[in-house]
Design a protein around this ligand. Structure first.
Ligand code: UD1
Length: 332
């Protein structure tokens, strides 16, 4: 009989919700705390239909001490995955103080609660954005970190908070996961990437063009040093990404360890559009515009550490990412 539960902060978001499905049979209860700042209740009902009664939602901010205390009193929480945070890069440049408060300060409060409750298995949801402009490719975990925007700095600050804390160093197993570009959706089409407001990342924008809510995709730059002039990224299927989380949770060695979660392969914006059109038989009109400030030619992971240490490898294809992403939108 399973007696242990897990807490997912920000568990109604894109990555958290897919993780909840992947953890369905691993814990007695999957407890989510989410303030719905980038989600809606309908996402919870859909998730509940996939996960079932073991899914429990607390609608609150992670800085709500009374709610957090109640969660630890009411559930036998043994592991925590910390996703909650704001993630719009552009917004972080306009409102850096808000980003610092919601991402860094709130995490500090959360970590105090984790220590009080002697949580020893923690995953922190970081991002490949911490690497800034790549100094070499493929990017391994030893690549220096350098933020190019406040959002990236928030992720670095939180990583540093973990590295510098004797409790995490000596008594815990902390896994810092640096994601490359997660896209796709659960094959049921019930959950997927559903950002509130105007999306920033490429796949949600392609989907809006596919549904004709947006007229066309504006491709940021066609003069990069790549095979077709458009930017190259390491797209990883969300279902692969969450399998990486499951493996990281099971890896219980003491200490703090960083893992890249990516495929190790790069695809350009035009590769992505062409694949999406071919697989889904939908036209994606586009035009070229100026480069976006802060963008780089090419980013892709060296995923070896996750493979050798966790036995994790992201194998789903770009075709499958495009198919599942569109399937989610068609079923909405
Ligand atoms: C962006 C963020 C990064 C964040 C990551 C995941 C910036 C500068 N970087 O990275 O900090 O960690 O998202 O949330 O915002 N593209 C277009 N047209 C669009 C949108 C994107 O051509 O309308 C291109 C981009 O130039 C890039 C690729 O598509 O080449 C992927 O873009 P995106 O999904 O925003 O991810 P990143 O640029 O990797």
């Amino acid at each position: 009989m399973r007696t242990e539960s897990i807490l997912l902060t920000g568990g109604l978001g894109f990555i958290g919700s897919h993780t909840a499905v992947a953890l369905k049979n691993h814990f007695k209860q999957i407890v989510i705390i989410d303030d719905l700042s980038n989600s809606v209740m309908n996402n919870y009902y859909r998730l509940k239909s996939l996960v079932g009664d073991c899914l429990i939602l607390y609608k609150a901010d992670i800085a709500s001490q009374n709610v957090i205390d109640k969660i630890f009193l009411s559930h036998n929480i043994k592991a925590v995955i910390h996703y909650a945070g704001l993630k719009a890069v552009g917004e972080s440049i306009i409102f850096p103080a808000k980003y610092y408060y919601k991402n860094v300060y709130s995490t500090k409060l959360l970590f105090e609660v984790l220590k009080k409750n002697k949580i020893t298995n923690l995953i922190f949801s970081s991002s490949a954005t911490v690497y800034g402009k790549p100094l070499y490719l493929a990017i391994d975990e030893s690549h220096p970190v350098k933020a190019i925007n406040p959002y990236g700095q928030n992720k670095i600050d939180i990583e540093q908070m973990i590295f510098n804390d004797p409790y995490f160093q000596e008594q815990c197993s902390v896994k810092i996961l640096r994601y490359f570009n997660p896209i796709g959706a659960h094959p049921s089409g019930l959950i997927g990437d559903d950002p509130k407001g105007i999306p920033n990342n490429i796949m949600p924008i392609i989907l809006k063009v596919a549904t004709q809510e947006h007229q066309e995709l504006k491709i940021f730059g066609n003069d990069y040093q790549t095979h077709d002039g458009t930017g190259i990224r390491d797209y990883i299927h969300i279902m692969d990404l969450v399998e990486g989380h499951v493996k990281a949770l099971d890896y219980n060695k003491k200490g703090i360890i960083v893992f890249n979660l990516g495929t190790g392969k790069g695809f350009s914006v035009l590769d992505l559009i062409n694949t999406f059109q071919e697989v889904n038989k939908v036209k994606i009109p586009y035009s070229f515009v100026e480069r976006r400030s802060g963008d780089v030619d090419m980013v892709f992971a060296n995923p070896d550490r996750a493979k050798t240490t966790l036995g994790f490898e992201a194998l789903r294809s770009l075709q499958s990412m495009c198919f599942d992403a569109w399937n989610f939108v068609k079923k909405k």
